[in-house]
Design a protein around this ligand. Sequence first.
Ligand SMILES: Nc1ncnc2c1ncn2[C@@H]1O[C@H](COP(=O)(O)OP(=O)(O)OP(=O)(O)O)[C@@H](O)[C@H]1O
Ligand SMILES: [Mg+2]
Length: 609
Amino acid sequence: MGTPAESPEPSATGEWRLPPPGGRTWPTFKRLFIGYVLPYWPAGLVAGLAMLTLAGTQTSVVALIRPLLDEGFVEQDAATIRYYALLLIGFITFQGVVQFTANYLMTWVGRQLIKRLRLDVHERLLVMPNRVFDQFASGRLISSLTYEAEQVAGAVTRAMLSLVRDTARVLFLIGYMTYLSPWLTLIVLGILPLVGGIIAYITKRFRKISKRIHRAVGGVGSVAEESVHGYQVIKAFGQAERERARFERVNEQNRRQFMKFLATKYASVPLIRLIAGLALALVIYLVTVDALVETITIGTFVSFASALLLLNAPLKSLVSINATIQKGLAAAQGVFQVIDAPRETDAGTRPLETAEGRVAMHGLRFAYDGQREVLRGIDLTAQPGEVIALVGPSGGGKTTLVSLLPRFYEPTAGEIRLDGVPLPEYRLADLRRQITMVGQSVMLFNGSVADNIRYGAREQVSDERVREAAAAANALEFIEALPHGLETRVGEDGVLLSGGQRQRVAIARAVLKDAPILILDEATSALDTESERRIQSALEQLMRDRTSFIIAHRLSTVENADRIVFLDQGEVVEQGTHHELLAHNGRYAGLYSMQFAGPTAAPQDEAER
Ligand SMILES: Nc1ncnc2c1ncn2[C@@H]1O[C@H](COP(=O)(O)OP(=O)(O)OP(=O)(O)O)[C@@H](O)[C@H]1O
Ligand SMILES: [Mg+2]
């Protein structure tokens, strides 16, 4: 919560731009390793040792073949053969235990890593300034929490596993082969890079195609997502045919790419096998060379050939490890971008229990993008308990203006004072506690109606008070008609409620918060006139003794305000009471006559047919 200014953090002052994707990988790797993997070094160390042991036992099994063949089968010694059978069971059991340990511990480290990454991302989301949120696509933020974090951990565990286990395997196997026959080994090592080169080429081509397929798969996903989310719009505008054609296109592309991908894959496997087979055939042929043939027994040869075959798997995974690491690091960069986003500046130290509610804005200017000014020099003061109505054309800057009060955004020039003190001097949490906001779009959480109403309250509140708040917001009637009353669950983002019902829940939430400053941004816009009128008296009750900023397009709801401020293109065009403004006969009067009484009121009746 209110951790004041953890200093060297990038702060909300100064421009922040979403950094471009990509960048240097080494620092990312270092940060990931030191910050997120190293803390779990004991588990990693044990896992590493287990993997070394595993690689060792694998070589030993191959090594067992030689005496088994030479001493057991060639000499026809039954006791020796039985002895090796028993030994084999022991080995496999041991191997199983070691393998389990290695896998378990590596996975453990990986899951810890995912958890830590997610915690850090989520932690940052909670303190990220609005303008930074505006720059990230919301899907991007969610994916860094879910998909990217998984990718990072997957790559890290796979890379570490492969690096330790496969390197050890290769070394052990080559060492043993050298022990069996240095000459043969030398020859094999001579042709190995050649074989490796060919295999690497095939794999690369394969990966190129798979990347292209990845894009095609994404196409299916995003078109499908639009069809799912936009089904109402598609139906309403009769665009089903167009969507069908669009989907058919990406679907077909997806199929074709997948066929290419699989064809390459099916071709590459036998090709690789053929190359490996050729290498093995060469070895077999060389064994017949006079100089070697005498020194090699059946056991040695089979053992050697087995070791050679076993080399295949670890070599392959070592060759592909770089790609795995790169993919993981790319995901890590995405995750770190979120973690490194600036936090809200909270450098104020002045505590504030309950404000009187005097708000003064001086020369307030603001631009979302640092260039196009949305507020252009606003001077406005509100005395404690005063009700200020903000009206004016859409896009005039009303919502922007009130969002500077809880410091969702920082003004580019000018300042706002609360009780005579500039806002940044207060502790952020204290400042926000003074303000209740019912916004243009209501956000409900996936819980019960009561949970959602309680959301604004500082301490536990009784069911009785929740009920009172609901009644004040004219919501009790519809809530009681719900299947479980206050305990009815509202669904994700309250989808089970109508727009007007959601607004009333939001107002009940505001009633409970009981803060000295009240902001209502189109809080009743989704209500019918009847409900709005009934709720109006509750709102007037709520505004009593509070400094209130009321934004409304329906002017009937703001007639009683102490002052009406007409905002257009970021400037105060005129202000005064309802009667003063009507007498002035300016913009407000024009708007008013358009909504009431005037001849242009006719289209409203039309709606009733
Ligand atoms: N998050 C944002 N990022 C960039 N520009 C924005 C953002 N929010 C609003 N704007 C721009 O700022 C201007 C003022 O918007 P604002 O929401 O304050 O208008 P408003 O008076 O509340 O309009 P309405 O009556 O339609 O709610 C608009 O031109 C809008 O495009
Ligand atoms: Mg608005």
